[in-house]
Design a binder for this molecule. Structure first.
Ligand code: ADP
Length: 481
């Protein structure tokens, strides 16, 4: 998973902070080291002058004891954390006097350096002496009476001189670590506030679903970038909403227009079927055509009702005799399949307030499903009861039943369960129950289903009788995904 903007900001700020600190550290280190080294070098140069004065006072380099005394006077090699040394050599580089115990080999001069000395020059260099200590050693010509007679080497351990640098570095590194942690924490905390407007926009955008494309984020007084994001999103919703509305109107118009020719087609076939002179084969063909035309009419009606729910069409409220409707549906579905029996069960006389076309479609969808899904020899029973102030339409079949995993989804638009999912022999498009559910709810009622795999299903529609009617007209549940 990629890092959140918050963490990126926090890490970015911390890296910038640590990089800045590292540059400061390096600059301080280099300049301080240079200052302290040149200070040390100046001190060594003064030491040379002092030794020189002492040698001049002694008169010559011929008295080894006197030279040794001068060297020891100007050396401190033991029990000190800032030792210094002095070595006196002749012009060929041979050691004339050195502090006792000092390994002078590392201080030996090359022929080129001896030449420099002979010309009266001087130079400094870093030398590692025994014990692993680093010394800065200055070698200078020893001039007595205007003549170069030897070499004086004075050196001092650099550790003591550079100790302030080490201490400063340690302090700066510790400060860097603490500062880095504080920078991450601070940046993380600050970015929370900075990113809040963005999170708000995300939250609102998440809440907006296909069913409420009229909602807008309407961000005001937000940072410019967030404002632009919200405005772009709002503009996109506007366009999407328009496209959806156009699609719904199109579906509504098309299914509405299709109904008239289909009804005419069915009527004409019925008239043809009334002719007694028809031979058997033509009659059977006409009956098949009538069945297909009826199926097409039901599909078109389902599409039309779905579209009218979406465009917010008002549901009619007129007295409807449910028993008459059940009888009509029974007659219409009786011959849907020759190998399935459709039966009328108990039929109370019940009148509800509602839309006749819609209520008929509701019963049709349930009975037609029963007929579609029961195996050959199966049975579908349609009954109507009045229980207190409620009408109950019950459609019962002894078909395959509905899988418990499928059951919660059967009222979703375009959902098709079982083996026939994705289209197939049974030929529905997964709209029947979604429309039936919407019709029941828009009449103030509900649909319940009980089903057992291998034994059959029972769909029970409950509708309020008389003045109680009045319901929820929100569109059928959205498509499952
Ligand atoms: P369709 O019948 O076009 O597939 P429906 O919305 O009418 O769509 O039904 C949704 C799903 O519910 C069907 O695909 C089927 O799996 C299941 N179903 C509905 N009625 C029955 C029934 N009587 N017996 C078994 N399964 C059914």
């Amino acid at each position: 998973m990629s890092l959140s903007i918050r963490w990126r900001l926090a890490i970015g700020i911390a890296v910038a902070f640590i990089a800045t600190l590292a540059i400061i550290l390096l600059t301080v280190h280099l300049s301080l080291q240079q200052a302290l080294t040149s200070d040390l070098d100046a001190r060594l140069s003064r030491d040379v002058d002092r030794v020189l004065a002492q040698v001049v006072l002694a008169g010559s380099l011929d008295d080894p004891e006197e030279l040794q005394e001068i060297v020891e006077l100007n050396s401190l090699t033991t029990a000190s954390d800032s030792p210094f040394i002095t070595v006196i050599r002749d012009l060929r580089g041979k050691v004339l006097a050195a502090p006792p115990g000092l390994d002078t080999e590392a201080l030996d001069l090359s022929p080129g350096e001896l030449e420099t000395m002979a010309r009266g020059g001087s130079f400094s260099r870093d030398v590692d002496l025994t014990g692993g200590q680093e010394f800065l050693v200055r070698s200078s010509a020893l001039v007595v009476g205007g003549e170069v007679v030897g070499v004086v080497q004075t050196g001092e351990a650099t550790a003591a001189a550079t100790r302030p640098i080490d201490t400063l570095e340690l302090i700066l590194i510790l400060e860097g670590v603490v500062g880095g942690i504080l920078a991450i924490a601070g940046a993380y905390w600050l970015s929370r506030g900075a990113l809040k407007p963005l999170r708000d926009v995300i939250d609102i955008a998440t809440e907006i679903e296909a069913s409420d494309l009229d909602r807008r984020i309407s961000a005001r007084n937000r940072p410019a970038e967030v404002q632009r994001l919200a405005d772009t999103f709002d503009a996109m919703l506007e366009r999407l909403g328009g496209a959806f509305q156009a699609q719904r109107s199109f579906l509504y118009d098309v299914s509405h227009e299709l109904r008239t020719p289909l009804t005419a087609l069915l009527g004409n076939i019925d008239v043809l079927l009334m002719d007694d002179r028809l031979d058997q084969e033509t009659r059977e063909q006409l009956e098949r055509m009538a069945a297909e035309a009826a199926r097409l009419t039901r599909l078109t009606n389902n599409l039309l009702y779905m579209a009218s729910a979406d465009v917010g069409r008002e549901v009619e409220r007129r007295p409807v005799d449910l028993d008459v409707l059940c009888l009509e549906v029974y007659r219409q579905t009786q011959h849907l399949r020759g190998d399935v029996v459709v039966k009328l069960g108990k039929e109370d006389q019940v009148t509800v307030l509602g839309d006749q076309d819609l209520l008929k479609q509701l019963i049709l969808n349930l009975v037609e499903n029963g007929v579609k899904y029961v195996p050959a020899g199966g049975k579908v029973t349609l009954s109507l009861y009045q229980i207190d102030k409620e009408a109950q339409i019950v459609v019962e079949d002894n078909g395959p039943g509905i899988d418990p995993e499928v059951l919660p989804h059967i009222f979703e638009r375009f959902y098709r369960g079982g083996d026939h999912a994705g289209g197939g022999a049974k030929g529905g498009i997964g709209l029947g129950l979604a429309i039936a559910d919407w019709i029941a709810r828009s009449h103030g009622g509900r649909i319940q289903v009980e089903s057992e795999v291998g034994r059959g299903s029972t769909f029970r529609v409950t509708l309020p009788v008389g003045e109680e009617a009045g319901g929820d007209t929100s569109p059928p549940s959205p498509t499952s995904s």
